[in-house]
Design a binder for this molecule. Structure first.
Ligand SMILES: Cc1cc2nc3c(=O)[nH]c(=O)nc-3n(C[C@H](O)[C@H](O)[C@H](O)COP(=O)(O)OP(=O)(O)OC[C@H]3O[C@@H](n4cnc5c(N)ncnc54)[C@H](O)[C@@H]3O)c2cc1C
Length: 397
């Protein structure tokens, strides 16, 4: 391998590992209760400045690059901290990149230190019913009215909107023939009158997705990022970075560790899957694919750090590969866990919203994780759409 972590990056890994060592349980993110593990976990990162890793120093950040941010996310996962916990960290780090790059001084001063300190939690309002893959057909409108935009419409699949203070949102401000030109990028306070969040429960039984409705919601013009009608450019910038993160290195690392642990346990028939050459050949194959992805991703990040953008082709390839490997590992984990894969969820059965699971101690339950992973090849741009992007890029269309 011709890629190695340099000493600064190694120091990041060690510092993150030290924080995570204080939080050694998997958990599900909540913001409902005061204090407690999830909030302490996020607060520990904010306190040491890690949430501002990509932000300029004068706004409370560390002015490091996406390579370091990816190494940080990887180190979180190696520690065994929960996937959902990391996703709130993810929004504040990667979602605010357009503010870092295209925002005014006043916007940076107002939003970046609060995001770095986790005073504000962010969510992403891009998708709408009928405007997912074909995002340019979005219909949520923002009509000018004095110093404000009046926003009307609906967003959907908004991750963790129930906890978010702010949304970075794409809205239609113009009716230009080229649909992409009529889109603007607004920052919307979730407490604005006329903004309503409704939960969407997922097939894994949890609630992290939402529909968000706007009814005459007034958003100050000063909350627009960049120029009116250029939101598409800023969103593309965000998505390219996000897709690289969507390689799911942190998730795959965790699930591989879990898979090896489950395979080494003695089953009721007295045997271990770790001694089954055919099963372990499958595990080794997926591990080899993962290592190849990891090296490819670190190379891409290193190029990005040196100023060469990932480009649509590469980030799409990384996203496809990372999500397919993640899905394969969760399939093997369900296979390895046998009947223990399905954990009992008393909450839905007894009509209360209790996420507690009863059953064997394989963290959140392989079937729930398997079901969640079906979404990976959809969110952040579906696999089919990524293939179209790669084909266009390769054919120079
Ligand atoms: C768990 C999860 C979290 C999410 N979080 C967020 C979030 O926080 N914020 C946000 O804005 N969005 C979020 N999304 C939405 C996500 O970005 C969209 O689901 C995604 O872009 C696909 O859009 P869609 O669901 O409308 O499907 P559609 O676009 O309707 O696609 C349906 C099917 O058609 C295929 N298809 C569509 N167009 C083409 C084409 N041109 N060529 C070939 N095949 C095609 C797709 O691959 C897919 O299989 C989330 C989604 C999920 C599942």
């Amino acid at each position: 391998m011709d890629f190695a972590l340099d000493t600064d990056q190694e120091a990041i890994r060690e510092a993150i590992a030290k924080i995570c060592a204080r939080f050694d349980d998997d958990y599900w993110l909540t913001r409902d209760r005061e204090g407690g593990f999830p909030l302490d976990f996020h607060a520990a990162f904010a306190k040491d400045g890690w949430l501002g890793i990509c932000m300029p120093e004068e706004f409370g950040g560390s002015a490091l690059g996406v390579t370091e941010a990816a190494i940080m996310m990887q180190a979180i996962s190696e520690s065994g901290a929960g996937q959902s916990g990391a996703s709130a960290v993810h929004m504040n780090i990667f979602g605010l990149n357009p503010v870092v790059v295209f925002g005014t001084e006043a916007q940076k001063r107002r939003f970046l230190p609060r995001a770095a300190n986790l005073d504000d939690w962010w969510c992403q309002g891009f998708s709408e019913p009928g405007a997912g893959s074909d995002l340019a057909s979005l219909r949520t409108t923002a009509r000018r009215d004095g110093d404000c935009y009046v926003v009307d419409g609906q967003k959907t699949w908004t991750t963790l909107a129930q906890y978010a203070d702010w949304m970075f949102c794409l809205v239609r401000t113009g009716r230009e023939a080229k649909r992409q030109q009529g889109i603007s990028f607004l920052l919307i306070d979730m407490k604005t009158p006329g903004v309503e969040v409704q939960p969407i429960r997922m097939m894994d039984g949890r609630h992290y997705l939402n529909a968000v409705f706007f009814d005459n919601a007034k958003v100050p013009k000063r909350n627009r990022i960049g120029e009116e009608g250029r939101g598409w450019t800023y969103a593309k910038f965000l998505l390219e970075h996000e897709r690289v993160e969507n390689a799911n290195l942190r998730f795959i690392t965790q699930e591989l560790q879990k898979l090896r642990r489950v395979a080494s346990e003695v089953r009721s028939d007295g045997r271990r899957l770790a001694d089954d050459p055919s099963f372990m050949a499958d595990v080794s194959a997926v591990e080899a694919q993962f290592k190849a992805l990891e090296i490819g991703l670190l190379r891409t990040l290193s190029d990005m750090h040196a100023g060469a953008p990932a480009g649509p082709g590469k980030s799409s390839f990384i996203k496809i590969r990372g999500t397919e490997i993640a899905q394969r590992i969760t399939e093997l984990l369900v296979q390895a866990s046998g009947p223990d894969a399905l954990r009992y969820q008393p909450g839905p059965l007894f009509g209360h919203n209790d996420d507690a699971l009863i059953g064997p101690a394989h963290a959140l339950g392989p079937v729930a994780t398997y079901l969640f992973c079906r979404a990976m090849t959809i969110y952040g741009g579906s696999t089919e759409v990524q293939k179209n992007i790669m084909a266009k890029h390769a054919l120079g269309l």
